[in-house]
Design a protein around this ligand. Sequence first.
Ligand SMILES: Cc1cc2nc3c(=O)[nH]c(=O)nc-3n(C[C@H](O)[C@H](O)[C@H](O)COP(=O)(O)O)c2cc1C
Length: 353
Amino acid sequence: MDRAVLLKIIEAGIHAPSGENCQPWRFEVRGDGELALYNIPERDDSLYSWGQRASYFAHGALLENMHIAALHYGFDARFVLFPEGHESDRVALIQFTGREPKAEPLFESIFKRTTNRKPYKKVDITDETKKWLTDGVADDGVKIILTTDKGAIKTVANAAASNERVIFENKLMHGFFFNHINWTKQEDDEKSIGFYIDTLELPPPVKVLFKLFRRWPVMRVLGVVGFPRFVALGNGQLYASGSLVGAIVIDDETPEHFVQAGMTAQRIWLNTTKLGLSFQPLAGLIYLFLRVKHGDLAAFEHRHIHLMQKGYTSMQKALGVENKTIAFMFRIGDGGEPTARATRLDINRFVGV
Ligand SMILES: Cc1cc2nc3c(=O)[nH]c(=O)nc-3n(C[C@H](O)[C@H](O)[C@H](O)COP(=O)(O)O)c2cc1C
């Protein structure tokens, strides 16, 4: 396989979403049309990364992009997940074989897809739209829930927003979040990892205040007067402006299932982009809760453990998936053009030859 084509397929891959835009991947070109994909565990050392599951989800999204790009350039891509078991950082072996190039309707959407955190205008989501959203999704053991039920949307939105309350009330989470904000375009271009402030779509007065909020003593005082609850309330309303809320549900929490959930979510996200609609993951609480569920409680106060449990259970109930694991949640609607987009690390940083 031509190296230039391989790099183009990898370029499509690294446009995938990842938690805090941490881009936890690197590649090894192995010759004979084979590529190894590795996780970089240090890239996500947050409380969201229990068992690297959030990164494995991101790897799934990356593989879905690569699969589509490979077809576009005339190759089939076959993946073997975790060929050396879960202890190894090798997430997949990718084998490319030549075939007729195929017009891939989602190829362009790989580069247009983005997280849109604006308030959304309501759009009419018909059964036909839902069918388009799940078009081409593989039937690989993950369950997709798409709901336009107002009550369910409100419940999910409020539960998801409790993530922000924990961010503003927990010193570790607060430090992590604010350390991952890039305050100017120049800083974002240099680091190419983390949240560029403009992608957070903060209203102007909040954007100014955010510099103050980054100081923990300020936040602690604001915590005493209930400010974080107020933030969560506002964000709950913002998330509920979505016309549809979706979830990817899995039976067990194996790394493979999170990769598959990532592939499925990415396909839905690309379909959403193609339809001209906006998409925002609402997944923070889910990944925090995964840690709580597995008894890793040291970083959290009792009130937050309770809040997360309550939020997660209310989401399960609203979506009718009691006792199942929610691997991803999102909202879809019409947010218009986002103010800014996340950057990517230079492709040459990922590829060892
Ligand atoms: C597992 C996972 C969880 C995420 N959770 C959230 C979330 O709760 N809220 C949010 O606004 N974005 C969330 N994101 C989106 C990332 O922040 C985003 O993909 C990244 O910053 C890159 O931006 P892009 O999607 O515009 O390319 C999540 C992404 C992944 C892969």
